[in-house]
Design a binder for this molecule. Structure first.
Ligand code: AQP
Length: 354
């Protein structure tokens, strides 16, 4: 149980075109959560160096993610939208967490194993330490709720482990400084400085899969552009990609159980449900028994009707970069002030002179 004031934090890497998975797994949730919560949304540019050290146009990619946030409906005045490198306190806390976390914890991360591949010795230290920086991104604001896609679940469990170890390692200092909040973890009362974050992963499409292979995650780094729908794709491209999406020869089942063992059909029904804000069961009540030749055109129409206004607004925002830059500057200032409040207390807890 947490007595920390609720605060939502999440981030997206500027590592290429955003796709439908990023939108349904993350950004759409960001928009819904802002109605009733204090929210901080970040373009995590420091993280992007773990995927690509030298970008051809990093400023353009950062602006494009920020534009996607705003075009999707995030209000940057009521909440905070900024880029991570504008707030050096993220990197400062990440260093402290590098000393709290254990190498074995990092070695177990499936994302590290997938991205490092067979040549682990040659992976960057940054890729290994990625989850430590992610924990710092969240905890430098003492955020309590993190909307993400299913692929980030393990990183959020690690964030809780790091927070708990910090809380226990510095328990006496936190108590003496009077900076903590009483929480219970299991049966255990702990005077915690950092909250135990709650992942927010639910929804009909927590893991959108590739259009070419229903067993692989839709991903920016997939070499096949046909595997994903990008937020910048026009109606014609969306239509072509959905028409070419892999399916099996059977029609759609009339209930969710009938999707078992049919990953491509399951994925397309999940995408339809998420875009229409309906359940998969509801979608199958309408389309059960129909062939993909009927379902796919309906999915094209729905996808275009949801994405076209976002794509249009993104182009409008990116035509004059001064507006996006002003939003990021203002968000950066407000985020820095909050992060510095935390870091002053953290430096005190640890015993650094300041
Ligand atoms: N396929 C997906 N389905 C649902 N959610 C997804 N997310 C990513 N892919 C899917 C969620 O999008 C948010 C931002 O992700 P990110 O860009 O920070 O990093 P990522 O998870 O590494 O995204 P990609 O597209 O898969 O990039 P690459 O190819 O570089 O690895 C996160 O909340 C993520 O869960």
């Amino acid at each position: 149980m947490s007595n920390f004031p609720p605060l939502v934090f999440s981030g997206v890497q500027p590592t290429g075109n955003l796709h439908l998975g990023n939108y349904l797994g993350a950004i759409r949730k960001f928009v819904a959560l802002q109605e009733n919560n204090d929210c901080i949304y970040c373009v995590v540019d420091l993280h992007s160096l773990t995927a690509q050290l030298v970008h051809e146009d990093l400023p353009g990619q950062i602006r494009s993610i920020a534009a996607a946030f705003i075009a999707s409906g995030i209000d940057p005045k009521a909440h905070i939208v900024f880029n991570q490198s504008a707030v050096p306190q993220h990197a400062e806390l990440a260093w402290i967490f590098n000393c709290v976390a254990r190498i074995g914890w990092m070695n177990r991360m499936t994302q590290f194993k997938d991205k490092a591949g067979k040549d682990r010795e040659n992976a960057s230290l940054g890729l290994l330490a990625y989850p430590s920086l992610m924990a710092a991104d969240i905890l430098v604001y003492r955020a309590t709720h993190v909307p993400v896609g299913d692929d980030q679940k393990q990183h959020l469990e690690l964030t809780r482990d790091i927070a708990m170890k910090f809380n226990l390692d510095y328990q006496a200092h936190i108590r003496n400084g009077g900076k903590g909040i009483d929480i219970t973890v299991g049966e255990e009362p702990v005077h915690a400085y950092f909250p135990m974050v709650e992942p927010m992963i639910d929804g009909p499409a927590p893991r959108v899969m590739s259009l070419r292979d229903g067993t692989k995650k839709m991903s920016k780094s997939d070499p096949s552009d046909l595997s994903r729908i990008n937020l910048v794709d026009d109606a014609e491209t969306i239509s072509r990609k959905i028409r070419k999406a892999k399916t099996d020869p059977d029609g759609l089942p009339s209930d969710v159980e009938g999707l078992a063992g049919r990953p491509e059909a399951d994925n397309l029904v999940g995408i339809y449900a998420a875009l229409a804000d309906r359940t998969k069961a509801d979608v199958l009540t309408e389309f059960g028994g129909q062939q993909f030749s009927v379902f796919k055109p309906a999915l094209v129409d729905l996808a275009v009707s949801v994405l076209a206004p976002i794509t249009g607004e993104m182009s409008r925002l990116l035509a004059d970069t001064s507006h996006i830059d002003a939003i990021l500057r203002d968000g950066g200032e407000r985020a820095r002030a909050r992060a510095e409040t935390t870091m002053r207390e953290v430096r005190d807890i640890i015993g650094f002179l300041q």
